[in-house]
Write a protein that binds this ligand. Structure first.
Ligand code: NAP
Length: 498
């Protein structure tokens, strides 16, 4: 008996996958399967549960424009509210009935004869569909540090994406590796409970003051009663983020002063909060603001002035059963005894995540191999030649703007135009042309030349915006307005419909 052919399989039940499913439903596709490796929906906001977790884009902007949430309690909502919002959207758009949890997808392959995608899961089952959409996220493959001896540590080890509330922190000696945006949120919380906290910093991060405020009840009521008011706030937030992105990142060649001003603001913030010049020196980055995702916090810097918190900047030499050993420039070793080791070591974007599952297209073409042999690329950050009926939502050059929701909604527009045309032509398949893809890559490569990634001093930033070849192929180097316009008006001839 041949297997049932669904309209589409969406891999990932985070905000990206849910946006894609909402768009598919709008286009009339109702036979959907959303496969999610975790035990529940929400993606990042299901997986991340560490203390201090909050969104770092204003919440009215970090949400779907078509599903405003008047209930955010703070300008930058805590993580639990994001998870609740994801659940609310899934219920409102009746997406849960499509979702299968703990469904670990291993690979997908295109079959030319049946014009379908077959997806193979780790449990040995398969699912078949006309369309395959991968919404596997950017920051979804936790990176475990490759440090000698780390497996021999006998105390508790926890990565921030696998937070375990049962790990006792109170009264214990805690070490945390990493000082990215996650650590900036977590370190002040750890310091509140740990007896002793050592922070292992390899690369400092630019941190500015956080203008965080509770949203007064009267404002929330106004947002609920007159949604237009929240739309106006959203528009304001979007405009500010857009101005920051365009000036500080994309057109660094024209207005480097924006980055210089931002750097000065971060330095002033640090000066206000830390009096010790040596500590300040250690906490100050030596790369241009914007090379790496900056963050904000009012509590991060002061944490290092507390007597039981230590900033360790000597490189880690190895870990053993009871602690971490560092080695300074003169070869001198220092060991710190620890009970708990927290890994705030981020995510593997370029090796493990592009793509997150094995995808095999026409004629056995392997997407991961193709990207590595031919450079990371995807037409409009969404489609790849040789991969018919495939929409890759987390592709090179797909991330547009600062809020992930601008990316999601511009990709929903692209899907609307592309699949709408497929339906109008009564065609069975779409596939982007080699030429359109090559032209897009050429445009993006040229645009990156004007950005901070080419012209800033980024070498020491260790930024995940750069792939393993040193190319900044994560962010789409255009304004979000350009991305929206392109999604609404790309030449339909860029695709072959059959
Ligand atoms: P990250 O920015 O990649 O930071 C990882 C940290 O671990 C870096 O300081 C890195 O040092 C360090 N590290 C990794 N391997 C190491 C090793 N072997 N030895 C020593 N140090 C090591 O990851 P993240 O902090 O999880 O943040 C990732 C992204 O998530 C952020 O940029 C942001 O986009 C997002 N995020 C968002 C929110 C929010 O919205 N609320 C909160 C948290 C995170 P190097 O820099 O030297 O590599």
């Amino acid at each position: 008996m041949s297997e049932h052919v669904h309209d589409a399989i969406v891999v990932g039940a985070g905000f990206g996958g849910m946006g894609a499913a909402i768009q598919l439903r709008r286009l009339g596709y109702d036979d959907l399967v959303i496969l999610e490796r975790e035990s529940d929906l929400g993606g990042t906001w299901h997986v991340n549960r560490y203390p201090g977790l909050a969104v770092d884009i204003p919440s009215s902007t970090y949400s779907y424009s078509f599903a405003p949430n008047p209930h955010w309690t703070r300008l930058f909502a805590p993580g639990a509210e994001l998870k609740k919002y994801a659940e609310h959207v899934a219920d409102t758009y009746d997406l849960r009935r499509h979702m299968r949890f703990e469904a670990v997808v291993e690979q997908a392959h295109w079959d030319d004869a049946s014009q379908t995608w077959t997806v193979a899961l780790a449990d040995g089952s398969t699912s078949v569909a006309r369309f395959l959409l991968t919404a596997t996220g950017f920051l979804s493959q936790p990176k475990l540090p490759d440090i000698a001896g780390i497996d021999s540590f006998a105390g508790d080890v926890v990565h921030t994406t696998r937070w375990d509330d049962d790990v006792e922190l109170a009264g214990r000696r805690v070490g945390i590796i990493g000082t990215g945006a996650t650590a900036v949120q977590l370190i002040p919380e750890l310091a509140k409970v740990a007896d002793d906290l050592t922070v292992y910093q390899r690369t400092p991060i630019w941190v500015s003051a956080k203008p965080d405020l509770p949203v007064p009840r009267v404002v929330r009521r106004a947002f609920a009663a007159v949604p237009l008011t929240q739309r106006a706030v959203r528009l304001g937030g979007t405009a500010i983020l857009e101005a920051m992105m365009v000036s500080a990142v994309l057109h660094y060649d024209q207005v480097p002063v924006v980055n210089a001003v931002a750097e000065r603001a971060c330095r002033a913030h640090l000066r206000r909060q830390v009096k010790d010049p040596e500590l300040r020196r250690k906490l100050t980055p030596d790369y241009t603001f914007g090379c790496k995702r900056p963050t904000f916090s009012n509590t991060y810097y002061p944490t290092f002035t507390r007597p039981h918190v230590h900033l360790e900047t000597d490189p880690i030499d190895h870990v053993d059963g009871t602690g971490i050993v560092t080695r300074d420039a003169g070869g001198q070793e220092r060991r710190t005894e620890l009970d708990v080791l927290v890994l705030a070591t981020g995510f593997d974007l370029w090796e493990a995540n592009f793509p997150a599952i094995r995808v095999v297209g026409r004629g056995g073409l392997d997407l991961g191999r193709w990207w590595r042999e031919r450079r990371f690329q995807a037409y409009e950050g969404i489609a790849v030649p040789g991969f018919p009926n495939f929409i890759s939502l987390n592709s090179p050059y797909s991330y547009s703007g600062l809020s992930y929701f601008t990316t999601i909604e511009s990709q929903m527009r692209h899907m609307d135009r592309l699949l709408g045309e497929l339906q109008r032509r009564d065609a069975g398949t779409f596939e982007v042309s080699e030429q359109a893809n090559a032209q897009f890559l050429e445009d993006m490569t040229a645009k990156v030349e004007h950005s901070i990634f080419t012209l800033g001093s980024c070498a020491s930033a260790n930024s995940y915006y750069f792939n393993q070849h040193g190319e900044a192929t994560l962010l789409r180097p255009t304004s979000t307005l350009n991305a929206y316009r392109a999604a609404s008006s790309f030449p339909l001839d860029d695709y072959a419909f059959a």
